[in-house]
Design a protein around this ligand. Structure first.
Ligand SMILES: Nc1nc2c(c(=O)[nH]1)N[C@H]1C(S)=C(S)[C@@H](COP(=O)(O)O)O[C@H]1N2
Ligand SMILES: [Mo]
Length: 212
């Protein structure tokens, strides 16, 4: 189905009316692809997902074990720092909050931040309390289908804004790492890839925290 500019504008007006369009953003009906470097291959036989750093016991899951973890679906608006936003995107995967609540591993009490580590060394940091919000998901599926390689297959962090949960902090989309391989629990903050390059550390979309 072709995408008409008139359709886009109508939808953008609706989202703006509902106060879901952050300052400086425009709505897209497409799904742009943005990343640094090449798309990594996925080898199910060697892939694992690890939690490490300040945890009681480091753990890892192979691909089949990861797929067997309890699953969560969330619908949210995603906002890229390059000024496009996409509304009502549906994600499915594993919630860090649910994983911790179910006792799959234990975070040490002095943890303050979490680093997502992806293939090829991409990293991005979040405060622990933000990573434990409902709007952070380790997603395997987008709109009911496995992620495409471009969008992070087999696993990506994703963070956005849940319209009915305005109290949650909502960072820009770079705070979700595509091709996610591990979470490092940290007792002090450290900057990730774009954060080191001058992007804002907190990255709140409503305060337009794009760059430092
Ligand atoms: N591994 C990895 N994850 C990444 C990036 C990257 O360069 N490498 N770029 C981030 C940025 S800047 C954005 S805007 C989103 C884009 O996600 P998308 O390509 O699915 O739209 O991925 C984020 N996650
Ligand atoms: Mo981005």
């Amino acid at each position: 189905m072709p995408l008409f500019e008139s359709d886009r504008r109508k939808e953008e007006d609706r989202i703006r009316e509902e106060k879901r369009l952050p300052p400086g953003q425009s709505l897209t009906l497409k799904f742009p692809v943005l990343h640094y470097g090449p798309v990594p291959p996925f080898k199910p036989s060697t892939w694992d997902f690890r939690v490490w750093g300040a945890v009681e016991e480091e753990k890892s899951w192979n691909w089949n074990e990861f797929l067997a973890l309890p699953r969560t679906q969330i619908k949210m608006d995603i906002h890229c720092v390059t000024r496009w936003s996409k509304a009502d995107t549906l994600w499915e995967g594993v919630s860090l909050k649910a994983m911790v609540a179910a006792g799959f591993f234990k975070i040490k009490p002095n943890v303050t931040h979490v680093m997502q580590h992806a293939e090829h060394g991409y990293t991005t940091n979040l405060p622990l309390d933000v990573a434990l919000q409902d709007n952070f998901l380790m997603a395997t599926h987008f709109e009911g289908e496995p992620l495409s390689p471009d969008h992070g297959y087999p696993l990506r962090g994703v963070i956005g804004h849940i319209p009915a949960q305005d109290d949650l902090e909502s960072p820009y989309l770079w705070k979700g790492a595509k091709w996610l391989r591990s979470l490092e629990f940290m007792t002090a903050d450290r900057l990730g890839f774009w954060e080191k390059a001058g992007y804002h550390n907190r990255a709140d979309v409503w305060d337009e925290e794009r760059f430092r």
